[in-house]
Write a protein that binds this ligand. Structure first.
Ligand code: DX5
Ligand code: ZN
Length: 231
């Protein structure tokens, strides 16, 4: 995985057909997805439950690009090896998930994965400052985690901008997750994001059997972001 700041569209399979993840992943990749974003929820750190490492292992063989696993669970440490075994390329933990985020990020890298750090909307970006040297990606949540299809929290744009400035020339991706659509894609790219997670706005208007709608959605997001990034 080489580092660059080109726009990457990462469809979140939380908005895909749960009974058909294999074909859904293959469909969005064929239609231009750069990464596949996989949301793991435990019904404890967030109010919703999605799936665990066994499902991630099962879908791995369908992912040809990058498997970007977003953990919305607490605790994290007991499950790091399971997600490494499952084949996660990037494993993202929340700074709010426990008191020892520094140790967790070290453990993620030691297990051979890229490390990601996610911040809830209520958490100031300064919370990432002392951890940046242990991060390959920082994810700014633009909704409260737990569900797809929520409204983009506009005030997070300032946080994205601040984070991008804090990162400077370090090789750390700025990911944005939640409510990214054709309108907000341009706003987040302009603020400094290079990885755009999108569930609803990718999977709406298509199916695995008729994926051209997915392609149209992915291209629209990329165009909006590319135009804003180039400004
Ligand atoms: C929210 C998840 C997101 C979610 C985004 O808790 O982390 O990845 O799937 O969904 P949309 O794009 O529909 O807001
Ligand atoms: Zn996510």
């Amino acid at each position: 995985m080489d580092f660059d700041r080109s726009i990457k569209i990462a469809p979140s399979i939380l908005a895909a057909d749960f009974a058909d993840f294999g074909r859904e992943i293959e469909a969005v990749e064929t239609e231009g997805a750069d990464w596949i974003h996989v949301d793991v929820m435990d019904g404890h750190f967030v109010p919703n439950i999605s799936f665990g490492p066994q499902m991630v292992t099962a879908i791995r063989k369908h992912v040809r690009t990058v498997m970007d696993v977003h953990l919305m669970i607490a605790p994290v440490d007991p499950y790091i090896d399971a997600f490494a075994q499952a084949g996660a390329d990037i494993l993202t933990t929340h700074v709010e998930a426990g008191p020892h985020t520094h140790r967790t990020l070290q453990a993620i890298r030691s297990a051979g994965m890229k490390s990601g750090l996610a911040l809830n909307p209520g958490t100031p970006v300064e919370a990432a400052a002392a951890l940046l040297d242990l991060c390959d990606l920082v994810c700014v949540m633009t909704v409260n985690p737990g569900f797809g299809g929520q409204a983009f929290i506009e005030s997070q744009l300032g946080q994205i901008r601040q984070l991008r400035a804090m990162i400077g020339d370090r090789n750390i991706h700025v990911e944005v997750d939640g409510g990214v659509d054709r309108r907000t894609a341009g706003l987040v790219a302009d603020a400094g994001a290079d990885v755009l997670v999108a569930g609803t706005s990718v999977f709406r208007g298509g199916t695995a059997a008729k994926p051209s709608g997915y392609g149209e959605n992915i291209r629209a997001l990329r165009d909006a972001a590319d135009n804003a990034q180039g400004d």
